[in-house]
Design a protein around this ligand. Structure first.
Ligand SMILES: Nc1nc2c(ncn2[C@@H]2O[C@H](COP(=O)(O)O[C@H]3[C@@H](O)[C@H](n4cnc5c(=O)[nH]c(N)nc54)O[C@@H]3COP(=O)(O)O)[C@@H](O)[C@H]2O)c(=O)[nH]1
Length: 787
């Protein structure tokens, strides 16, 4: 086979194969230029190559015979030449119509060779002598043969051309059918390849899906195991609970926690959930059932707290579950339940602390106010009355102070018990603090008169109960109460005011001689209203800076100024100057004394620091009044320290005036606070000495340096022998305790002389100067002497 054809064939196959395989993997579209390839189709079957070699063989033979006849022109050689010619002509004749298109080229070559041989044959014929008859005949025959060969050759050429033309036609047809076949094959191959590809893809997808499914299953298995592990390890139980339409219940799933919580295993309740219900405290069981039923009906989440009965103490369980309606009508809850006993206990404790008095266990002020608010909200205006009884023990502070706190605490607890025993279970007995109790009576009666009678009856009962002797630590003790009563109905919306009314009535009872009860008199209402108005004015005064300080000089026996007392003044924008006696008590009761006292301290310290800059005032001390409530405030020491620091005042020049009433409460804490301030250099003076109750034992322990004789004794010191004795005793007491004694409210020279004669060393009063806004206005001489 010719090389070119072989190459073409190989290329075609390789190309076709490549195209098919590319198409099979979906990478290229099959495109085959058939017309190029068809030319290289195996035409060699039509190519009679061997026939041409036979021709050339004949020519070679003819050539040889020719050469021999030319060289040796014998008859024999001519005969051989004749035979060679004959043979060539014969073969030509046989093969006409056999050659294909490519055979034409071979035939051409053969004819060119043949023409050359025949030319030489003509030359040979012309060179032979004409007398050789046999030879001439032979030559004649050869010429005829030559002509025949020539014509045969022409015919052969013609036939070859026709044959070639036919072959071309059939080749064209073959090309077309081959193209169609190839296209068909290509298309089929493409389809097949696509199909294969698709199949391969689906197999791959299936394999992938299978892999994913397997992986998913593994993940799910792991997840399930993990969830079960979590569910079994969380404190509490995670469950599914089903209630069927026929009333049966079951736990299709319950974590292991169900054992600890309900004392049953998950297996036990898988088909029958009643064991869990049976474990619920009998008092809570119905409530649990009802709430479940409601959840099933409404398909709302179920949230319930209940107890699980235990031999020791019940366990509080908090359960939460969301219901889901099943196809068969049953309800399936997915839920979680856990032990909340500790939370409950903590809640109870917090509630107890927030709403109950730790000493007596009675409701505190907060709970009382809450119940009062509810009581008012529940009442229909004018239809039912209630009553508030404000109870204060008459001599509690004395008892507490002389006998100690424990004794006082015992008394308070016994009072609480007696109060509770004196009223109905629905009524409220509260302790506000200290020795103050409040009893709230509800639903007394529709009519005010009957309500008054009912409240009075309870009040009398309480009076009687609290008057009975108490036994504390084996000793008998007597205590009496003062009771203030006020009625309320739905019209009363201001619970603070209700308490104020009862409080005021209680003060009326105190003023009426104690150990009695008083009803709030509507005439007191004006006072209540005035108090309320004053309170809000005080707040405004603080905000708007309506306060100022006045200074009253304090002198030594020689009349030389040693310092001053800072006295608070309130310049009311409408009412003008309001004296402290009219608002200090209210400020104390409302708690406003704390911010007001803070302002006084800050201002006084700044004044001290300013005086320190001037020679005339640099040596002066400044006394500042401190109320009991202010001193008891936990931040009091820090407040003083802060005021000194901020102003730069010398602590040695600051004197705090405390009242005896301070000593009625928690002396230990008071001593500790005073000691801390004393260590900084701050001095203390005991104001209004002689008017209250002071235990000498405590007095000795206090880091005070001065006693101030109350001005009520000074006022009548010359006319009332008792006051004179008191004044002299205080002076003597001070001397024996190593304390200086100051007489306040000194208005006359005679008072001054008397007190001075009996050893009083320090003085303050109008005799030396009224309180003034500035030191310069006080009229002291440059040496600081007055009068
Ligand atoms: N907690 C605080 N209490 C304060 C403060 N400022 C004053 N007060 C207390 O108010 C009460 C009344 O005080 P005030 O009306 O200022 O009366 C003082 C003097 O003006 C008055 N005084 C002084 N000398 C005389 C006198 O010769 N005769 C006379 N009739 N009165 C006189 O005495 C009051 C000072 O008393 P005291 O404080 O006991 O030394 C009064 O209890 C003040 O303590 C404050 O900032 N905080």
């Amino acid at each position: 086979m010719p090389r070119v054809i072989q190459v073409w064939r190989r290329r075609f196959y390789v190309l076709a194969l490549l195209a098919l395989s590319l198409s099979a993997v979906g990478m290229v579209q099959l495109w085959v230029n058939v017309s190029r390839i068809e030319a290289a189709l195996p035409l060699t079957s039509l190519y009679r190559e061997r026939d041409f070699s036979a021709f050339f063989h004949d020519l070679t033979r003819l050539e040889a015979a020719l050469q021999l006849a030319a060289a040796v022109p014998t008859e024999k050689n001519y005969a051989a030449l004749d035979f060679a010619l004959d043979l060539a002509a014969l073969r030509q004749r046989d093969n006409i119509g056999v050659y294909g298109e490519s055979g034409v080229e071979g035939l051409d070559a053969f004819n060119r060779e043949l023409a050359a041989v025949l030319a030489r044959l003509d030359t040979l014929s012309a060179s032979q002598p004409p007398d050789s008859a046999g030879l001439s005949a032979e030559l004649e025959r050869m010429s005829a043969l030559r002509r025949e060969l020539q014509s045969l050759n022409d015919a052969l050429f013609q036939s070859s051309m026709e044959q070639a033309s036919r072959q071309r036609t059939s080749l064209g047809e073959l090309r077309q059918s081959m193209s169609a076949l190839i296209v068909l094959l290509g298309a089929f191959g493409l389809g097949l390849a696509g199909l294969l590809l698709r199949q391969q893809r689906s197999i791959r997808a299936l394999e992938q899906r299978d892999g994913e499914l397997r992986a998913g299953e593994a993940v799910q298995r792991e997840l399930r195991e993990r969830l079960e592990k979590i569910a079994d390890n969380v404190p509490g139980v995670i469950y599914q609970y089903r209630q069927s339409v026929d009333g049966r219940s079951a736990y299709p799933y319950a974590s292991q926690g169900i054992r600890a919580l309900f004392g049953v295993s998950p297996e036990e309740v898988r088909r029958d959930g009643n064991k869990v219900l049976a474990a619920i405290h009998p008092e809570d069981r119905e409530r649990v059932k009802e709430s479940l039923l409601l959840s099933a009906q409404t398909l709302q989440p179920w949230n319930c707290e209940y107890r699980v009965a235990r031999q020791e103490s019940p366990v509080w369980v908090s359960a939460y579950a969301t219901p889901q309606l099943e196809g068969d009508g049953s309800v399936l809850w997915h839920g979680y339940a856990h032990d909340v006993s500790r939370h409950k206990a903590a809640e109870d404790e917090i509630r107890q602390l927030a709403f109950y008095d730790p000493l007596t266990g009675l409701p505190n002020r907060r709970l009382l106010m809450d119940r009062l608010r509810h009581a008012l909200a529940g009442h229909v205006r004018g239809q039912r009355h209630g009553a508030l009884l404000f109870i204060d023990l008459d001599n509690f502070k004395t008892l507490n102070d002389t006998q100690g706190h424990e004794y006082g605490d015992h008394l308070l607890c016994q009072v609480a018990e007696r109060l509770v025993a004196s009223v109905r279970g629905a009524d409220t007995v509260a302790r506000l603090g200290g020795d103050e109790f409040v009893v709230m009576l509800e639903d007394l009666s529709a009519g005010a008169r009957e309500a008054v009678a009912a409240a009075e009856a309870v009040g009398d009962k309480i009076l009687l109960a609290l008057n009975s002797p108490y036994t504390i630590a084996g000793r008998e003790f007597h205590s009496t109460p003062s009771i203030g009563i006020t009625l309320f109905d739905a019209a009363d919306q201001h619970i603070d005011e209700l308490l104020k009314r009862a409080d005021l009535a209680m003060y009326q009872a105190k003023e009426a001689g104690r150990n009695t009860l008083r009803f709030f008199d509507p005439a007191m209402q004006a006072e209540v209203a005035a108090y309320s108005a004053l309170e809000s004015d005080l707040r405004q005064a603080l905000r708007e800076g309506q306060f100022l300080l006045h200074y009253q000089p304090q002198l030594d026996r020689g009349g030389k100024a040693t310092g001053a007392e800072a006295l608070l003044r309130w310049h009311h924008p409408v009412r003008g100057n309001i004296p402290p006696s009219e608002f200090i008590a209210l400020a104390e009761r409302s708690g406003l004394i704390v911010p007001i006292g803070r302002w006084v301290l800050e201002t006084a310290c700044r004044q001290l620091a300013a005086w320190a800059q001037l020679p005339d005032t640099a040596q002066l001390t400044l006394a500042v009044n401190v109320s009991v409530r202010q001193f008891r405030h936990p931040d009091f020491v820090d407040l003083v320290v802060g005021a000194l620091d901020r102003s730069g005042a010398d602590p040695l020049r600051l004197k705090l005036e405390l009242t005896e009433s301070l000593l009625l409460d928690d002396v230990e804490e008071i001593v500790a606070k005073m000691t801390r301030l004393k260590q900084l250099g701050v001095g203390f003076s005991l104001d209004d000495f002689g008017t209250g109750y002071s235990s000498l034992a405590y007095l000795k322990r206090l880091p005070i340096e001065q006693l101030k004789i109350d001005r009520s004794f000074v006022r009548d010191v010359l006319t009332d022998p008792n006051d004179a004795v008191i004044a002299r005793t205080i002076i003597a007491l001070g001397q024996s305790l190593g304390l200086s004694v100051m007489a306040e409210g000194v208005e006359t020279e005679a008072q001054y002389a008397f007190l001075s004669r009996h050893g009083c060393e320090a003085f303050q009063g109008f005799l030396f100067g009224q309180p003034k806004a500035e030191w310069s206005l006080l009229g002291a001489s440059p040496a600081g002497s007055f009068g």
